[in-house]
Structure formats: C-alpha cells, structure tokens
Design a protein around this ligand. Structure first.
Ligand code: FMN
Length: 211
C-alpha cells in the first residue's frame, strides 16, 4: 500500500504530531511505501500532491487549535478536496493531540475530519486523540507499555494494526497514565510559563489572553 502521512504541526522543530508519527512509522512500514509530508514548510510540490491523491491510506496528524483543525491544515485539506483523489477507496486515519489533559477534547475536530471525508468521498478509518500532548514527547525515555506510556502503547498498537489491515476502528481518546492535577502544575511551570517568557509575555498576559 502507499501511505501518505501529513504532519500538520506548524512547529518548525520538534512537535508532538511528529513524535507520534515517528512512533507509528515502524509499526506500519512492512510491505508499504510511506511518505511523510510536513505542510508547515510551505506549499507542497505538484508531484507530492499527485502522490497524496493516489495513496491508499492517508494519515492526518495535527494539533488541536481552538477545539478545531488548525487553519493552515484546513486550507491544505480544502486544496486536496478541490484536486480530488484517484480512488474513492483511500482510507483516512487521524492523529490529533491537544494541550489540555483530556484526549476527548479532540472529538469535535474528529467530526470535522469525518465531514471532510464524506464531502471528498473518502472512506473513514479511525481517529486517535491524545490529551496532554506536550507531555507525550517528554516520556520518550520510558519504555512503551509501561507507567505513563501504557495507554499510548495500547492505542498505537491497535491503530497501526487497523492501518496495516486497512480496516476501520472505533475512535479512541486517551491521556498519559499520569495524575491530571500533577500535569496541570507541571505543564504550567515546564511548558506554558517558559514558552510565554520566551515570547516576551508575562504569566498575567497568558490569563488575559483567555478573557
Ligand atoms: C493557537 C493555539 C490554539 C490551541 N487550542 C487548543 C485547544 O482548543 N484545546 C487544547 O486542548 N489545546 C489547544 N492548544 C494546544 C495544542 O493543541 C498543544 O500544544 C499540542 O500539543 C501541540 O501539538 P504539536 O506539537 O503537534 O504542534 C492550542 C495551541 C495553540 C498554539
């Protein structure tokens, strides 16, 4: 099978979408041709679009922005819709990750992708929605299937098996096996406050932005 994987994170360096793609790739490589496209690095070339339009399986990986698909990803999907696909049997799978702890925050974005599939005439496969997305790459030194990496291991095994068999599956929303209250404190001090500082914002600015 030809599998096109879209990394829809706009981050120029490491992203959780990219990290999860790296976890999936060895599980779905055998006997398949995989191409990974990073749409944040500007428009894809014509040949790349043609490959995507001809793929058997399309995997869309992106972060959740304002409970939805990020606008640059949506623009890309609209372009794909306009161009069309060679076969109506292309199966679409989705990997969405979000900042809040609960993976079920990704349900609305999943519905949006399902609508896009219907409109584009493609076959829906499965979505996985990961909560506490910023935490996931921080767990890279913990063996898969253990401690906080228990759920993600089970989810990725099931998701990859469905892709390999080109089968549809139940959408799965999950979070790292970690106390929610602890992540809330860790996320503030290890992720959001330092990131605000790096962008010349104060802690107060962060809360003002939410008003
Ligand atoms: C503009 C913007 C909007 C966001 N909106 C949400 C949101 O509605 N809900 C949520 O849980 N996380 C939200 N986030 C957090 C991202 O989904 C989260 O940081 C994610 O892990 C980033 O994934 P990536 O590394 O693949 O880009 C938002 C982040 C940004 C920058």
């Amino acid at each position: 099978m030809e599998i096109s994987i879209i990394n829809g994170s706009p981050k120029p360096g490491h992203s959780t979408s990219g990290y999860i793609i790296d976890l999936i790739v060895p599980r779905i490589s055998e006997g398949n041709i995989l191409e990974i496209y990073n749409i944040s690095r500007g428009n894809l070339q014509e040949g790349q679009f043609v490959k995507i339009q001809n793929c058997d399986v399309l995997v869309l990986a992106f972060p959740l922005y304002v409970d939805s698909i990020p606008s640059h990803m949506l623009r890309f999907m609209a372009e794909l819709e306009e161009r069309g696909f060679a076969s109506k049997n292309t199966m679409v799978y989705c990997i969405i990750n979000n900042g809040f702890f609960e993976g079920k925050q990704n349900r609305i974005a999943t519905m949006q992708v399902k609508n896009w599939c219907k409109r584009t005439g493609l076959v829906w496969g499965q979505a996985i929605g990961a909560g506490a997305g910023e935490m996931i790459p921080m767990l890279k030194d913990i063996p898969m299937g253990h401690g906080p990496n228990k759920s993600i291991f089970n989810v990725l095994e099931c998701f990859s098996a469905n892709i390999m068999g080109k089968k549809a599956g139940e959408d799965i929303y999950f979070s790292p096996d970690w106390p929610r209250w602890l992540w809330k404190i860790q996320a503030s001090f290890c992720v959001w406050y330092p990131r605000a500082r790096a962008n010349k914002l104060t802690k107060r600015d962060l809360y003002a932005a939410g008003k």
